[in-house]
Design a protein around this ligand. Structure first.
Ligand code: KMH
Ligand code: ZN
Length: 275
């Protein structure tokens, strides 16, 4: 088994600052969180940005500041969200790609998202993917629902993607695939040969699904974007969620990947220093 890649998703778009004091809002806070999570064992940071007031933003200037804050404090692989927040336009979502992060997410289909709809039609996916190609940004395929992997295979058949890819199964969003061992197994079995995968499960399923992924040889995503609780009644810090999954990995005999290991496993180019 490869060493375990731990992605931290410290911000997300659905949380509000009144839900937890540990939500990084400013680029400065994001940089500090990145450093703490790297020390705890993370090698990728999945980035959403907020205004100082905590509102969602895909503004290029804010992502530039976040990128520089993260890169000046850590060697983490930087992965931008192109999902952004519900209601953002596709162009808005893709705008930060011009900053050429190491990676960015590509959600592979439309999905009910609680009472909302997270829209990812083929034209939207093609647009985001072409922007990634233009700026040489590696995708991570986000699979929220049955059919999303088939959509990704269709994009590959169109020549817009080439497998193998790194795939993240986001399980437990109300409206998408459930967070269960059975659902994860179905997902993994459907992967094209050579793909690497991680699991990001929502809420209290984050920990058990991460543990299953560690044992299966997959990779994990943890962080406040998907789960704000460390335990019942105890709010989590991002770095605590990272540290816990690395302790579990150690108990299971699975070493944790450094950012350099992760670059090798995902076949990413070398570290880009802060601009
Ligand atoms: N905030 C969700 C609507 C991603 O980052 O690529 C989408 C999301 C996915 O978080
Ligand atoms: Zn996200």
């Amino acid at each position: 088994m490869d060493p375990l890649i731990v992605t931290v998703a410290p911000v997300g778009a659905e949380l509000t600052p009144d839900q937890t004091p540990y939500l990084p809002v400013t680029p400065e806070q994001l940089g500090e969180t990145a450093a703490a999570c790297e020390s705890a064992g993370a090698s990728i940071v999945h980035v959403h940005c907020r205004t100082d007031e905590g509102a969602n933003t895909q503004a290029v200037t804010r992502f530039r500041d976040a990128l520089s804050a993260i890169r000046s404090r850590s060697k983490l692989i930087v992965q931008f969200s192109t999902g952004g927040a519900i209601g953002m336009t596709p162009d808005e979502r893709a705008a930060p790609l011009e900053l050429q992060p190491d990676m960015a997410t590509l959600t592979c289909g439309t999905v009910n998202f609680g009472d909302d709809v997270f829209e990812n039609s083929f034209p939207i996916m093609r647009g985001i993917l072409s922007a990634m190609q233009r700026y040489d940004v590696r995708p991570e395929l986000e699979i929220f629902d049955a059919g999303h992997l088939t959509n990704a295979k269709r994009l590959a058949a169109e020549g817009l993607l080439r497998f193998p890819q790194h795939v993240d199964f986001v399980l437990g969003v109300p409206g998408g695939l459930e967070a269960s061992a059975e659902a994860l197994l179905d997902c993994v079995r459907a992967l094209p040969a050579g793909c690497t995968w991680s699991v990001a499960a929502i809420g209290r399923m984050q920990l058990p699904m991460a543990t299953i992924a560690v044992a299966m040889g997959g990779h994990v995503r943890v962080g406040l974007e998907d789960n704000i609780w460390y335990a019942k009644g105890k709010l989590a810090r991002n770095e605590e969620l990272v540290a816990r999954v690395t302790r579990i990995a150690a108990e299971l005999g699975r070493p944790v990947a450094t950012p350099d290991d992760t670059r090798r496993i995902l076949r990413l180019p070398g570290f880009k220093a802060a601009a």
